[in-house]
Design a protein around this ligand. Sequence first.
Ligand code: PFF
Length: 467
Amino acid sequence: MTDKGSNNRNTFTGSIGFVLAAAGSAVGLGNIWRFPYLAARDGGGLFLVIYLILLLTFGSTLVITEISIGRKTRQSPLTAYAQLSRKWKPIGLFSCIVPMLILPYYCVIGGWVLKYFLVFVSGGGSTTASDGYFSSFISGVSSPIVMALIYLALTIFVVISGVQKGIENFSKIIMPLLIVLIIVIVGFSLNISYTDEAGNVRTGMQGLKVLLVPDLSNVTLTSLLTTAMDAMGQLFYSLSVAMGILIAYGSYMPDNVSIRRSVSQIEVFDTGIAFLAGMMIIPAVYVFMGREGMEASGPGLMFISLPMVFNRMGTVGYIIGCLFFALVLFAALTSSVSILEAIVSSFMDRFAIDRKKATVIEGIIAAALEILVCLGYNVLYFEYTLPNGATAQILDIMDYISNNLLMPLISIFTCILIGWVLKPAVVIDEVTKNGEKFRGRGLYTVMLKFIAPLLLMILLLKAVNIL
Ligand code: PFF
């Protein structure tokens, strides 16, 4: 089968290939550096329960819809919407702009992970725990750029090899490895203990309680709403919706594969890994840094707090550090591969060019933007305050525009298009066309038409600080 243009589409070989690739996309930095932090901060088990309820209702609705759009149209995100309805073509354009904005900065962060992995593997892990290591690394000009370019080259290598030979085979190797790595680190994390200067003994099991036991002591209506908003924002990002990815991957899904079952498996994978990441990180941070250590998330957690934790573990910390950064690298790579594929499939379908050409063109655009993002920490440094109050550099601005503004908008319009203009039957027919039952179709319809757009609107208004 040739791999060019829209009709002679390559497909995944079957259900396992599709699910592992989509789960690989979903499992990314968000699972590791944000989910554990939110869960510990927002009342442990309470956050988990709210997250699960939202996952099975709101999350499933959006994922089923995007995969069905892809499989029904057999088109890329850029071209699928126009095929559904000519007037709705601009949503396709935005579904291609979003991954083009995300890829460069995701690769810059991927480059940071690669750097830490290499430092740990070459035995220099303790240096990463020294004061100011991370900020001096990112404010250096050449090293972050070189790392980001190598990371991008790895991503390109997988995508250029094609849907089956590249993405599917890569996911089939990396995802099982990722599970093994995370289980090994969780086992270690739960069995550690540490006596601090004041003589207090803290154990991994106590840390686990922070993650699992619902903290109902300070629950108010406002705190419940905050928890629900946090869970929803996290879920939205974690499932890789509104990034064009699920439409692209859906367009490669064989007709005989069950959409409903695949979506459940992707959700189990994504949430399972996020939960295991919590069991890996929260006990370790709690043991070595106490409750204050848990206040960090994002890059601060991954590149500053955790290296300190590994350092306090002594020699074994360097081994755990190597395993940890290998794990993060794998999780990030399967996500950046998916986001590049969303763009490459768009270029292939829109301009009728082959995979190699499309990948090289986007590779050049992404490399240029990556350099710009890296220079944002030194030569082009400036501080800007975002509407949500956060101080931002170029990376944060790109992240804010894509995640907080464009992604909720794309999803709102997708719900309106399918729920009201074309009617949910479009998706229901696609799901059931191979004889499969669509359990919960009533709930799906209500979610798609009313509740999901409303929740997305709240997410959007919160992002622009109106709520
Ligand atoms: N679910 C992914 C994550 O948690 O990192 C979201 C994602 C981000 C997917 C960036 C792909 C990507 F390039």
